[in-house]
Ligand binder design. Structure first.
Ligand SMILES: O=CC(=O)O
Length: 306
């Protein structure tokens, strides 16, 4: 497979870069001055594109690569891959589900714990840390009860938290209370966690109304995608004390983080690192490579999106 051209859209973990370079003819887009400079020289050689959350694959890129046969994203989310264009051209897309579920769920709980227990309050500050509400027993509402949402629910259950959720359809087998209306879920939650897929329907699913329903004692955790939350509304609510706090791993204009968020005391921020543990990065890379190998050997894909 050494002659198969694989294009990586941006730098990723060295493990995946090395794994791809060992098996394929690897092109690193960031080594070229622009996409058009790359395409002029190598467009015909590219059989696969490996993308991630930072740089996806749009319709123009797909159209510029005449021999593209597969897109594989080093992420579970694929909101930045133009699926419509891929479908139209018969190009399969794969992602990396399952292997990162635990890490993302762990981070959601870590963000909640940091907010509630002021773990991140530095002892070097002059003021004594304030007393905080406890996390154990708080009502946890989860938007999106997929793999990650369920893993968060399981962890929160261990803290004695009653679990409620909103999703496109009710999942009666989960045993958790279902809300068809996000506003009602927020009103009954003390911690609201965003764990759904980003689609046009879920963009700004956390809007001013939802934030106000969660209220001054409520805490928002977002480990989904930045655009799930109306960020200017979130900042106003946090500044005005209409929302208790927020733990955010994702932002509306990543990698930029709004200055106001950095200055607020009632937030805990991480730079989109939900799956960035050593073990998981390796498992994700192995899955990307296994999908590409399966495709080129004419075998079934391991984790197809389409
Ligand atoms: O955000 C991370 C992912 O989609 O894998």
């Amino acid at each position: 497979m050494e002659s198969m051209g694989v294009l990586m859209t941006c730098p990723m973990h060295s493990y995946i870069e090395e794994g791809l370079a060992k098996r394929f003819k690897l092109f690193k887009l960031w080594h070229f001055p622009s996409f058009s400079a790359f395409a002029q020289a190598h467009a015909n050689s590219v059989r696969a594109v490996v993308a991630n959350v930072k740089v996806g694959v749009d319709a123009a890129t797909i159209d510029s690569l005449p021999n593209l046969k597969i897109v594989s994203t080093y992420s579970v989310g694929y909101d930045n891959i133009d699926l419509r264009k891929c479908r139209e051209k018969g190009i399969p897309v794969t992602n990396t589900p399952n292997v990162l579920t635990d890490d993302v769920a762990d981070l959601a709980i870590a963000l909640a714990l940091s907010l509630f227990c002021t773990i991140s309050h530095s002892p070097r500050r002059n003021s004594a840390p304030p007393f905080t509400p406890k996390l154990s027993g708080k009502a946890v509402g989860i938007i999106g009860l997929g793999r990650i949402g369920r893993a968060i629910a399981k962890r929160a259950e261990a803290f004695g938290c009653p679990i409620m959720y909103h999703s496109r359809s009710e999942k009666p087998e989960s045993g958790y209370k279902y809300y068809s209306n996000v506003l009602h879920l927020a009103a009954d939650s003390e911690v609201l966690v965003v764990a759904c897929t980003l689609t046009p329907e879920t963009r700004h699913i956390v809007n001013r109304g939802v934030i106000d329903a969660l209220g001054p004692k409520g805490v928002l955790i977002n480990i989904g995608r930045g655009p799930h939350v109306d960020e200017p509304e979130l900042v106003s609510a946090l500044s005005e004390g209409r929302l208790g706090g927020a733990g955010l791993d994702v932002f509306e204009n990543e990698p930029e983080v709004r200055g106001e968020l950095l200055r607020l005391e009632n937030v805990v921020l991480t730079p989109h690192v939900g799956s960035d543990t050593v073990e998981t990065c390796m498992a994700m890379a192995d899955l990307v490579i296994a999908n590409l190998e399966a495709h080129f050997l004419g075998k079934p894909l391991l984790t197809p999106v389409i």
